[in-house]
Design a protein. Structure first.
Ligand SMILES: Nc1ncnc2c1ncn2[C@@H]1O[C@H](COP(=O)(O)OP(=O)(O)OP(=O)(O)O)[C@@H](O)[C@H]1O
Ligand SMILES: [Mg+2]
Lengths: 262, 348
């Protein structure tokens, strides 16, 4: 398997709580991988470790951009992970809500642009060309998720489902190779969820690898090629949706002890 | 409605430009107007921290003081020209901003505010106690006024004269202050509508999301601090060469609080708001200074009035008078083009 991301023995401790213990799995390049598990299993913590928000207590996180050697990126700052090509969305939506939809996405071009204080004050030709390119890239990503026409509205005025799409547009605007989606369908109605499935496939079509945290099992089983199951910070299963569905540990984790034998 | 507001703006500007030339001009009014403009610069500088970056800075006056003393000392010891002093004072302010910011900007929220407060107190203590340098509480009197020496231009034109214009009275300072306000305003609006300004606003809105968009939080906060403190020092340099006397108690904590009130009153993160907030609070302060003693109250009770205004604002307009952030962005040509493009798409 050509792995874009390899999580190798990662642990994360919060005081006395092991949010992740010795978790290992690989994410296949160009596929959709699902990260599932009951509430509090450590899924978001895993994303935060990969995205650089947390430094793992232990273990390695190898990122292979497809060109050079895989790099151990455990403990890198979030902005450096973004520059490397790892983007993410947040479970509890984190938009820049006082700003416009467009500005939310323009900010995401930060790591791909370079104008500084002096360029901005003097409005040098290169700064102005860059600003134009930023708007074009932002609009391209907004159109991609279907929010192009709302570009100049305040981000806070969007519906819940559209705010989730805006987070995806913002993540995509950083030009990632790997995107981590934390419960993108949460709070969406069935129609919005269908559109989201199409969107995720379109993201894959752009050559971006997708890792998805999702509680909607039907959705996960349908679109993921591989699943990784966490429970209480421990990886309890890993494989194709069929394999995972048949795994007694998984059934037990979701339905409680004894369910596997019922 | 919009047109009327525009006309009013230009009328006000024309009136402000013409006022010092009118026969009924008043020296006291001119003085207050210059003071308002000094505070406009301060408020625009401070606005970067709480307004753009969401960082509560309670020590802004420290940098105002550093700028003023840099200018005052360079003037009395080296008789340096104001035009040379301005960049030096700005750089010195920014340098101290970075020296204070680099170790403390990793602190969050209240801790950062307390450290900045402590720093400004430290500046006052330094100015009061390091008598060898600052003459302590006696202050520095007799600072030379600004002069504009363009003899080089005369030489260039082959005129054998000394073209030197010394600022006397309020009028030249009035126009210089206007230029200063206009330049700082231009810089601030351009920065607001740029990659740098967007990074700052992202930090204010959500630091974690900003970092995930690739913004190096620490670096951008330090830049914010340097720009903000540099502008504070600019206002200080002007003050020193305008009042011609500076002393440590001109840079007490109250000044920080006053400037913060201006920014909050105008609307955090709104540049126009900072201007309006300064005009209102300084004008009010002058009115109260005259009115309160007539009512048998000490002039210091005006601080109570400031407090009262803040309470009323927080109650009825918690986001200040002007609530729009990134205002200049919305008026930029690129965004106007985009608006037209989107409208065309909708109708198509
Ligand atoms: N910053 C933190 N400090 C302390 N404990 C934390 C922190 N972040 C997460 N935890 C704890 O780690 C455990 C795993 O949390 P996490 O958010 O990763 O779960 P999750 O699998 O994403 O759950 P959910 O499905 O509810 O989103 C929880 O017990 C949580 O309380
Ligand atoms: Mg979670």
């Amino acid at each position: 398997m050509d792995a874009i991301l390899t999580v190798d023995g990662v642990s994360k401790r919060f005081g006395g709580l092991m949010a992740l213990s010795d978790v290992s799995f690989a994410v296949e390049r160009g596929a959709i991988t699902g990260l599932i598990g009951p509430n509090g299993a450590g899924k978001t913590t895993m994303f935060n470790c990969v995205a650089g928000i947390y430094t793992p207590t232990d273990g390695r996180i190898l990122f292979a951009d497809g060109v050079g050697e895989p790099l151990n990126v455990a403990g890198r700052k979030p902005e450096r992970m973004t520059a490397l090509g790892v983007a993410r969305t947040f479970q509890n939506i984190r938009l820049f809500s006082a700003l416009t939809v467009l500005d939310n996405v323009r900010i995401a071009r930060h790591c791909r642009t370079s104008a500084n204080f002096f360029g901005s004050v003097l409005r040098t030709p290169s700064q102005r060309a860059e600003e134009r390119a930023i708007i074009d890239a932002a609009m391209e990503n907004l159109d991609f998720v279907g929010l192009g026409e709302t570009a100049l509205s305040p981000a806070a005025s969007l519906s819940y489902g559209d705010q989730r799409r805006l987070e995806i547009a913002r993540a995509l605007a950083t030009d990632p190779r790997l995107i981590l989606l934390d419960e993108p369908a949460a709070g969406m109605n069935p129609r919005e969820t269908e559109a989201l499935v199409d969107l995720i496939h379109a993201i894959l079509g752009r050559g971006v690898t997708v890792v998805l945290i999702e509680h909607d099992m039907k959705l996960v089983m349908r679109i993921c090629k591989r699943l990784v199951v966490l429970d209480h910070g421990i990886k309890i299963a890993d494989g194709s949706p069929q394999e995972v569905r048949a795994n007694p540990d998984v059934i037990e984790a979701y339905l409680g002890k004894g369910a596997a034998h019922a | 409605m919009r047109g009327a507001a525009h006309t009013l703006k230009y009328l006000l500007l024309a009136a402000a430009l013409a006022y010092p030339l009118l026969p009924f001009r008043d020296v006291y009014v001119l003085h207050v107007l210059v003071l308002i403009m000094v505070y406009m610069v301060l408020a625009m500088g401070l606005n970067i921290l709480p307004g753009f970056c969401g960082l509560l800075d309670l020590g802004f006056v420290g940098f105002y003081g550093i700028g003023a003393y840099t200018a005052g000392l360079l003037t009395i010891h080296y008789n340096m020209s104001f035009w040379l002093i301005v960049p030096l004072a700005v750089l010195n302010g920014a340098l101290f901003g970075v020296l204070l910011g680099a170790p403390t900007l990793r602190l969050v929220g209240d801790y950062f505010a307390i450290v900045t407060f402590g720093f400004s107190e430290l500046v006052v203590l330094f100015l009061t106690n390091e008598i060898w340098l600052t003459r302590g509480p006696l202050g520095i009197p007799g600072i030379a006024p600004i002069s504009l020496d363009v003899t080089w231009l005369a030489t260039l034109l082959g005129v054998d004269e000394r073209w030197r214009y010394a600022f006397r009275g309020e009028v030249p300072y009035y126009y210089l202050a206007m230029v200063m306000v206009a330049l700082v305003f231009l810089v601030m609006t351009r920065v607001e509508d740029s990659r740098l300004g967007r990074a700052w606003l992202a930090i204010r809105e959500d630091p974690m999301a900003a970092a995930s968009c690739g913004v190096n939080l620490f670096a951008y906060k330090v830049i914010a601090f340097a720009v903000s403190t540099g502008i504070g020092a600019l206002a200080g340099a002007f003050l020193a060469r305008w009042t011609l006397f500076i002393s440590p108690d001109m840079f007490k904590f109250w000044e920080s609080f006053l400037v913060l009130c201006m920014v909050v009153l105008g609307g955090l993160g709104n540049i126009r708001g900072a201007l309006v907030g300064s005009a209102i609070l300084i004008a009010l302060g002058e009115v109260l200074r005259v009115a309160l003693p007539k009512l048998g109250l000490p002039a210091e009770t005006r601080f109570l009035a400031y407090g009262l205004i803040m309470v009323v604002i927080m109650r009825f307009r918690p986001h200040g008078l002007f609530t729009q952030v990134a205002e200049s962005t919305m008026q930029s040509g690129l965004i106007k083009d985009l608006r037209a493009r989107i409208a065309a798409r909708r109708t198509a």
